[in-house]
Design a protein around this ligand. Structure first.
Ligand code: NAP
Length: 271
């Protein structure tokens, strides 16, 4: 298989478009090798045209022509879609099928695809659209290192890629796939604080976003524990410890952690 396999993206919604945008706009994946399929393609025509990819309703054609099939429909749509494709023989001898559906385990995918189909579960997030994504991969039974390498090569241009055992996938979904929404709310709250203290909203939003980016990059680049980095900026009787005390009064840690726990529980029930 070439460095850029022929790709069928089934479901061109939020994630299908985010992955496609990351591949074509941000990492130079040849648009001509991507065929996206959606049941309502007219609604996304402009986006597909801007990306230069093919978009149609022709699911069997797209899958038959593809080397790698990326399943980007909602979990509840997956069973019907896979049954249709299996019945039509479209998935026979497919080199690789990757599903990003939340809460849908490899056993389910295995049950609804032809015997021996190489399956990988992937959990991306929307920052993949700007190459700042996080993607976790869990290979199915019998997936070779070469097949896993194809999936890694597909997602690596979109951000960080990590392999994890499938038992962690619901927690990955609650933290890293739902996470951007949580961070947007936290970012908005940070900006509101700035506005409350007199900053123009656009300035407050930019400061909040760049500060969040910087703090996250410090964790990733220094490898230090977040608590150690927090201690470094917390001087005795200073403004930072004063602000932290208020956040702790509001139980920020347990509220955020329980949000991830709840998202994980719901993710587990989506399949
Ligand atoms: N959103 C996220 O941040 C995120 C992150 C990680 C993983 N995921 C997973 O990614 C998958 C897609 O999520 P999403 O948020 O992108 O959903 P979405 O925006 O609803 O996109 C799914 C698209 O697939 C279309 N579709 C439905 N049935 C189809 C079929 N049989 N053939 C072709 N297209 C079909 C839908 O059309 P209609 O709208 O007309 O039904 C919709 O346009 C889900 O399984 C989700 O668990 C999402």
């Amino acid at each position: 298989m070439s460095h850029h396999p022929k790709l069928a993206i089934l479901g061109f919604g939020t994630m299908g478009q985010a992955i496609c945008a990351g591949l074509v706009e941000a990492s130079g994946y040849p648009a001509g090798l991507i065929h996206a399929v959606d049941i309502h393609p007219s609604a996304m025509k402009a986006r597909a045209e801007a990306l230069g990819i093919r978009l149609s309703k022709e699911v069997e054609t797209a899958v038959k022509e593809a080397e790698v099939v990326l399943l980007c429909v909602k979990p509840k749509e997956l069973k019907g879609l896979l049954s249709e494709l299996t019945a039509a023989g479209a998935l026979d001898h497919k080199p690789l099928v990757v599903s990003i559906a939340a809460g849908t385990n490899l056993a389910f995918l295995d049950e609804h695809t032809p015997e021996g189909t190489p399956l990988i579960r992937a959990m991306p997030n929307t920052p993949c659209s700007i190459r700042k994504g996080m993607v976790v991969l869990s290979p199915g039974k019998g997936v070779t290192e070469a097949q896993l390498a194809i999936a890694r090569a597909l997602f690596e241009p979109l951000g960080r890629v990590m392999d994890l055992d499938e038992k962690h996938m619901d927690a990955v979904t609650g933290l890293s796939a739902s996470g951007p929404a949580f961070m947007f709310v936290i970012l908005e709250s940070l900006a509101e604080g700035g506005v409350q203290c007199g900053l123009p909203r656009a300035v407050a939003t930019e400061l909040a976003a760049q500060m969040t980016l910087g703090a996250a990059s410090m964790v990733l680049e220094t490898g230090k524990h977040p608590a150690a980095l927090k201690d470094e900026v917390t001087t005795p009787a200073g403004c930072t410890i004063a602000g932290l005390m208020v956040l702790e009064d509001g139980r920020i840690r347990s509220v955020v952690a329980r949000g991830i726990e709840r998202a994980t529980q719901v993710a587990a029930g989506l399949g």
